[in-house]
Design a protein. Structure first.
Lengths: 264, 391
């Protein structure tokens, strides 16, 4: 039996090893139970078994962040693992990008990692950040985003905006300092990333306010994909309503015609 | 950056079964022995998943000369619901391109980390002959520049020469060789049936410098076009992708003025224009490979009806209209059409759909293509079964 080398493969896995069980050692490296003080009972697992198989047995479910921590930890102790094995085991796609993604995730701030675990963020969701191998100056903005606890979709979308803006050397400091909630932050980031569209939207919003919409109509400027326009909501319960709305919309059309506006 | 060429190729893999082909024999003569490796299987087959940035970069510098076992001849991918398509067929004689445009759609399309050259062009010509048995008298438009540049590696393959000779027997068909290179000298001496379109994708020089890495300069492309025209070939220009940036009007105006100073509308029967577009999934690879200093990555793009990212429709219409008017200011004879655009953009730019426009009616008449596609599909499926049996 190899003596315990004192090396603990503590990679912050969420599943906690039951206290009643002895800790497991593989070739002198402790694989489980890192929190129990003075654990005296340890079992050396069969030396012939692969460490990948052992880890997969011990941790039947690991998320990407946990795997990234495992990657970082094994690099520190120069333990080479077969990562294709883990991809198969945990239902991930192995490619040339996989290990760089683990490297990236392993170096994210703890707050971001925690959010990624909670929201089950996938390998593909980190793709926007791959252009930023050393994104130290962008990390604080990622922390700022997860501070608002966005949904996975919103968070990943904002990560991409931040990646684009940081790569463009945009100064986001004041924008983050001023944002009071996720919606404000999201709108501000979008406006900086898409200045032409934001200006167009602003103009359209101003125009919509000046138009003589029929009473009880809600009109607002919206973007649908690659087109901007006006969404109009109306409630109709009689033909008379229809007639009134049509008359009202004709008045809107007249104003647009007088200003020679062909499209919104 | 200078135009890339054969000297930039770092490694050539030749599949043993393709060794006897003319293109493999030429490769053995052109490249030094240390660059060539004979293989029985496709290189990098063990590499899994979509190519990473590193693998994609490498794929542009390594060639795999192999026999293609699939169907060479296909309908253009522009033929999709939601787009107004110009009825076009493609003959794929390779895959991947040795040039390196930041916006290239192959970044979202290619899943093989090497440039492929299909050595069995004789099979492709057999496929075309089969089509010719029933459709020789129809007006087919066929291009070779869909998933590779038609001419950038043509000094090695010399496929242009074989195709021009083949198309002599099909005077009603038109072959389009589409390129961003200036490599035309290798086929200018070949007698042709005036049915070869030498087609150049054009952009202002500042866009070429910042986005179209390793391609020929604007002036070199225009000079190659002049040489092709002077040998009696039809010339076509694709202003595609038109890219937005502050001052785009000046750059595109200067380019259009340069074009119109060298060519007449009679030299160039059609000019297509299309604005920047690509599949959303490829943006991550683009960002990794080119960063947001690239104008394409800085662009404000939104998902369009067909799922691709495009400029705002209003901006697209403005750009199309500006370019069209600039050409028409030189002569009302210039024939401009849109490539892979939505019906709404056609209507906004031209006020009508292309099938109702002078010079474009037949090109965009889908009844003709549906008839051709039906006949072709039946014929090509039968051929493919026979071909696979012979491999």
């Amino acid at each position: 039996m190899a003596p315990h080398s004192g090396i603990k493969l503590d990679f912050g896995a969420t599943p906690v090893w039951p206290k009643v069980l002895p800790a497991l050692i593989w070739k002198g490296v402790q694989l489980t139970d890192f929190f129990t003080e003075n654990k005296t009972e340890m079992i050396e697992v069969e030396e012939g078994a692969s460490v990948e198989e052992l880890l997969a047995e011990i941790y039947p479910k690991l998320k990407l962040v946990e795997l990234s921590n495992l990657y970082k930890k094994t690099k520190e102790i120069s333990l080479n693992l077969n990562w294709e094995f883990f991809c198969v085991k945990y239902g991930l796609r192995f490619s040339d990008n996989f290990l760089p993604t683990l490297e990236l995730v392993a170096n994210l701030p703890d707050e971001v990692k925690k959010w990624c675990i909670n929201k089950d963020v996938s390998e593909r969701d980190f793709a926007p950040l791959m252009a930023l191998p050393v994104m130290q100056k962008g990390y604080k903005y990622l922390v700022g985003v997860v501070g608002f606890n966005p949904s996975r979709n919103d968070g990943v979308r904002l990560f991409e905006l931040i990646a684009d803006l940081v790569l463009s050397d945009a100064d986001l400091h004041s924008l983050f300092a001023e944002a009071k909630n996720l919606n404000e932050l999201s709108r501000s980031l979008w406006s900086v990333r898409f200045p032409l569209a934001a200006e167009q939207s602003q103009k359209l919003t101003e125009l919509v306010k000046t138009l003589p919409w029929p009473l009880k109509t809600q009109a607002r400027a919206v973007r649908v994909g690659d087109q901007s326009g006006v969404e109009v909501k109306m409630f109709i319960h009689s033909r008379e309503d229809i007639r009134k709305y049509l008359d009202g919309l004709a008045a809107v059309d007249n104003v647009l015609a007088s200003q020679n506006i062909q499209r919104l | 950056m200078r135009e890339v060429g054969l000297k930039d190729i770092q490694k050539i893999y030749i599949e043993e079964s393709a060794m006897h082909t003319p293109v493999a024999k030429r490769a053995l003569k052109i490249f030094s022995q240390d660059k060539i490796e004979l293989v029985t299987d496709e290189p990098y087959l063990l590499e899994k998943g979509n190519p990473s940035a590193k693998q994609f970069d490498r794929s542009k510098k390594e060639l795999f000369i192999t026999n293609f076992k699939g169907q060479f001849f296909k309908r253009c991918p522009g033929a999709k619901p939601g787009l107004t398509c110009c009825n076009y067929f493609v003959l794929n004689l390779g895959q991947q391109c040795n040039m390196n445009c930041s916006y290239c759609y192959l970044q979202g399309f290619i899943n093989s980390p090497i440039t492929k050259i299909y050595a069995n062009i004789d099979q492709a010509l057999v496929e075309l002959s089969e089509v010719g048995q029933t459709l020789k008298d129809h007006s087919l438009r066929i291009g070779t520049g869909e998933i590779t540049d038609s001419l950038s590696l043509d000094e090695l393959t010399l496929y242009s020469r074989e195709l021009i000779i083949f198309f002599r027997d099909y005077p009603k068909w038109r072959l389009e060789l589409k390129t961003k290179s200036s490599r035309v000298d290798q086929f200018l001496d070949v007698e042709h049936a005036k049915n070869i379109i030498i087609s150049f994708s054009l952009n202002p020089q500042n866009i070429i410098a910042s986005e179209e890495h390793g391609t020929a300069s604007l002036i070199a492309r225009l000079y190659a076009a002049q040489k092709s025209r002077d040998c009696g070939h039809i010339i076509s220009f694709h202003l595609d992708p038109v890219i937005y940036f502050a001052g785009w009007q000046n750059s595109y105006s200067e380019m259009i003025d340069e074009i119109t100073s060298r060519f007449t509308p009679q030299d160039v029967p059609a000019i297509s224009i299309g604005t920047l577009r690509f599949q959303p999934a490829q943006r991550h690879l683009m960002r990794e490979r080119f960063g947001t200093k690239s104008l394409t990555l800085q662009s404000e793009l939104f998902q369009s009806q067909d799922g691709k990212l495009r400029y705002d429709q209003k901006l697209r219409s403005e750009m199309y209209e500006f370019i069209r008017q600039r050409f028409l200011a030189h002569s009302r004879e210039w024939n401009i059409f849109l490539c892979m655009e939505t019906p709404e953009t056609w209507l906004e730019t031209f006020g009508q759909m292309p099938k109702h426009m002078r010079g474009l009616g037949e090109v965009f008449d889908h009844r003709i293509t549906h008839k051709l596609t039906k006949t072709l599909t039946k014929k090509l499926t039968n051929n493919l079964i026979l071909k696979r049996q012979s491999f």
